[in-house]
Ligand binder design. Structure first.
Ligand code: TXA
Ligand code: MG
Length: 329
């Protein structure tokens, strides 16, 4: 076992916090069965206590130890996508501390696919409750350095597993009532899930009163500090020119370098990859870099509406809302 993983397992057993890499984003972990340890997560993140956490499990865990009902769809999805960027919401076992589930009757479970996370979970041999390792409402970390910037000495140990391969958070599927429902889009899309469960898959939060709370689906999430506005591709060059001529320092995330805008001063242009997986992989690092330019305004070229872009568009819309920019272009 790697020395740092040994150390991480000891810290978790002592009720301390450990940040670790997953294939989606870095997580801030604590022993899921230790309520006091889990409480430290909320303190470190400054996260409101009613927001539930995902419990991360080693591969081939007995889901019945965490969930009191494991529908056939859960077994099918676990078989198809775990380890991987998929979280299943199931009816919880009562032995779980309330603080993990935000007092709800359900629990989120996921088997991550990152060699460091998998080794950590295998040796810890239990559940690790972990939200993304950022301050509440801020951009999720996709490198160990991001975690250091977000949490510093609020975490006992940060395991460095390099940049996360997926780059945005897991797809969350609620299987706790009726038809499966995607509560948060991610790299695994609705069509892929539908193909496995062979029933219609609902999307969006639904209108039932008991809809589970998903903090990642609060309007203002994943947000930079600089106001961020989404701009249709065909209007980007014009919009940039207009803002620069107003004397604003502008930072741009575009999928193309647009002729005629790059040479302007007070302009930072970050080029994003043109395919959705690559775009998602880099998205949070790009938002951090754009935020760090101390521009007055971040302009993001709006990606296509097509299905492979669903998760990226979801995060960008929330980033715009959470940034406090009061306009949509
Ligand atoms: O990819 C990911 O899911 C990452 C990595 C670290 O695994 N984790 C992550 O955790 O994004 P967090 O806490 O930042 O977002 C988890 C989301 C929250 O929006 C939370 O409300 C929701 O999952 N969630 C957790 N348990 C739930 C439950 N029982 N019912 C409904 N939503 C739940
Ligand atoms: Mg989060």
């Amino acid at each position: 076992m790697r020395n740092d993983i040994q150390k991480a397992v000891e810290l978790l057993r002592q009720g301390e916090l450990v940040a670790f890499p997953t294939e989606t984003v870095y997580g801030l972990g604590a022993d899921a069965l230790n309520a006091q340890a889990v409480a430290k997560i909320f303190a470190a993140k400054e996260r409101p206590p009613d927001h539930p956490l995902i419990v991360h499990l080693p591969l081939n865990s007995d889901l019945g130890r965490w969930a009191r009902e494991v529908p056939a769809a859960a077994d099918k999805l676990a078989f198809a996508f775990w380890p991987g960027p998929l979280t299943l919401i199931l009816k919880r076992q009562r032995r779980l501390p309330d603080i993990v589930t935000g007092g709800q009757d359900t629990v989120g479970l996921r088997v991550p696919d990152h060699p460091v996370a998998r080794e950590l979970l295998a040796h810890f041999a239990g559940g690790i409750a972990a939200p993304s390792a950022n301050r509440f409402g801020r951009i999720s970390p996709t490198t160990a350095e991001h975690v250091r910037q977000e949490l510093g000495d609020r975490v006992s140990l940060i395991l460095d597993g390099g940049p996360c391969s997926v780059g945005i958070e897991s797809t969350i599927v609620d299987l706790s009532r009726g038809l499966p429902r995607i509560l948060r889009p991610g790299a695994i899309g609705a069509a892929e899930i539908e193909e496995v469960v062979e029933v219609p898959v609902l999307t969006g939060p639904g209108d039932e009163e008991d809809t589970p709370r998903v903090s990642g689906s609060l309007p203002g999430h994943y947000a930079p500090r600089t106001p961020l506005i989404l701009v249709p591709a065909e209007r980007l060059a014009q919009e940039v020119a207009a803002r620069v001529s107003q004397g604003l320092r502008v930072a741009v995330l575009g999928r193309e370098i647009q002729p005629g805008t790059r040479a302007e001063h007070d302009l930072f242009w970050q080029r994003a990859l043109t395919a959705p997986a690559g775009y998602a992989h880099d998205l949070y690092a790009h938002l951090r870099a754009l935020d760090a330019t101390e521009a007055d305004l971040i302009l993001v070229e709006r990606p296509p509406e097509a299905e492979p872009w669903t998760a990226v568009n979801d995060r960008l819309i929330r980033a715009a809302l959470g940034s406090g920019a009061d306009e949509e272009t």
